[in-house]
Design a protein around this ligand. Structure first.
Ligand SMILES: [Zn+2]
Length: 326
C-alpha cells in the first residue's frame, strides 16, 4: 500500500517523504501510537518507497511492481518482519535477523526490518537488538512499532527516531466507512465515534453482531427509566451473563450518558455518538450523570472480576434507571 492509499497521518508521511528526499533517513524509527490507526501501513509504505525501483524520481512507491507486491504481502527477502512467536519476540529471532545484516540486501536499495509490536520483545531479545542498533549497518532500516513506547528500554528509545502517530479524526474514519463498508451513514458515524480514531477498531466494531448488541442495549437504556423493577432485574441477569459483550455494552452506556452530559453542557451535537438517543432525552442533571458514569466504570471492573455479577448489574441498572427517569 503506497502512501497515497493511507488514511490520515499526513504530517508523519510528509516528514518521512522529506527525510528520504533529503537523504537523511534515520537508521531506526520508533513508530508510536494507539493500535489500529495505521502504523503498520505507514511502515510498509515507507519500506516500499525506499525499495521500489519505480519510486526513484517520485515521492511514493508504485504499489504495483514485483518488489512492491511482494513487500505488501510481506514475502520480499529484503523485508524482515519480527513478530511475537508465542508471547514474545524471542532472542533467537533477533539473532537470526542480525545474521542477515552481514550481507547486503538481496535486490532492494535498503533492507527494512519491521519489529511489531516492539513492546513484545523479550528482555533478552531487546538487549540483543540494542547491540545492533548501537552499530548501525548501512542499507538497513529498522522500524519498531508500538502502542506503548514507555515499555521499551530507554536505550532502545534513545537510539531510534520517534515518530508519534495521532488518532484519526472521527469524520475521516466515518467517511472511509461510508465509502468502503456496507454501513449506512448513521451507523458509520456511530462506529467512528466509538472507535476513538482507530480504523482497525472501527472495522472490528462494524461487525453485525456488535451492531446488534449496541442497538439492543441502547434501546434498553432508552426504556430503563420507565421499567418495572422486575424488568430491570431481568435485564440485569442478561447483562451479568454477557461477559463476552461486556465491553461493548458498557461502552454503549458510557457513550450514551456522555452524550447527555455534552447535551446538558450545551455542546454541539456533532460531538454526540448516539444522536437519536441524545435527541430523545431531556438531560438529567450533570452531577447525576457524572455519578452514573463512575458507576458504570466500577460495575465493569466488578463484573470482570466476577464480584457477584448479578448483584452488580442490578445495582447498576437500577441506578441508571433512576438517573434517566429524572
Ligand atoms: Zn513499486
Amino acid at each position: 500500500m503506497p502512501f497515497s492509499d493511507i488514511l490520515g497521518h499526513q504530517a508523519v508521511i510528509a516528514g518521512l517523504r522529506a527525510s528520504r528526499a533529503q537523504d537523511r533517513v534515520a537508521h531506526a524509527y520508533l513508530f508510536a501510537g494507539p493500535d489500529g490507526i495505521g502504523k503498520s501501513q505507514v511502515a510498509m509504505a515507507f519500506a516500499q518507497l525506499l525499495c521500489c525501483p519505480e519510486s526513484v524520481q517520485s515521492d511514493d512507491a508504485c504499489g504495483e511492481c514485483r518488489i512492491c507486491r511482494l513487500m505488501s504481502e510481506r514475502r520480499h527477502p529484503d523485508l524482515v518482519v519480527l513478530e511475537p512467536e508465542g508471547a514474545f519476540i524471542k532472542i533467537s529471532q533477533v539473532r537470526e535477523m542480525t545474521k542477515m545484516l552481514r550481507y547486503p540486501p538481496v535486490e532492494a536499495a535498503t533492507r527494512v526490518i519491521l519489529i511489531e509490536p516492539a513492546d513484545k520483545l523479550h528482555p533478552a531479545a531487546a538487549n540483543a537488538l540494542l547491540k545492533t542498533l548501537e552499530e548501525p549497518s548501512p542499507r538497513n532500516l529498522f522500524i519498531l512499532n508500538t502502542n506503548q513506547p514507555n515499555a521499551l528500554l530507554t536505550t532502545i528509545r534513545s537510539r531510534t527516531q520517534q515518530v508519534r502517530f495521532s488518532m484519526l479524526e472521527r469524520q475521516l474514519v466515518a467517511d472511509w466507512l461510508i465509502q468502503n463498508s456496507e454501513l449506512d451513514e448513521e451507523t458509520a458515524q456511530e462506529v467512528a465515534a466509538i472507535s476513538g480514531g482507530s480504523l482497525g477498531m472501527a472495522l472490528q466494531l462494524s461487525a453485525p453482531e456488535l451492531q446488534a448488541v449496541r442497538s439492543q442495549w441502547l434501546e434498553l437504556l432508552g426504556r430503563l427509566g420507565g421499567m418495572s423493577l422486575n424488568q430491570v432485574i431481568l435485564s440485569a441477569e442478561q447483562l451479568a451473563a454477557s461477559q463476552d459483550n461486556l465491553p461493548t455494552i458498557m461502552d454503549v452506556m458510557r457513550l450514551a450518558l456522555r452524550d447527555l452530559l455534552l447535551k446538558s453542557a450545551g455542546a454541539s451535537s456533532d460531538l454526540f455518538t448516539f444522536h437519536r438517543f441524545a435527541a430523545e432525552f431531556s438531560s438529567p442533571r450533570q452531577e447525576m450523570l457524572i455519578v452514573a458514569l463512575d458507576g458504570i466504570d466500577e460495575a465493569e471492573r466488578a463484573i470482570r472480576h466476577n464480584v457477584n455479577p448479578r448483584l452488580v448489574a442490578e445495582n447498576l441498572l437500577i441506578n441508571l434507571g433512576q438517573t434517566l427517569a429524572q
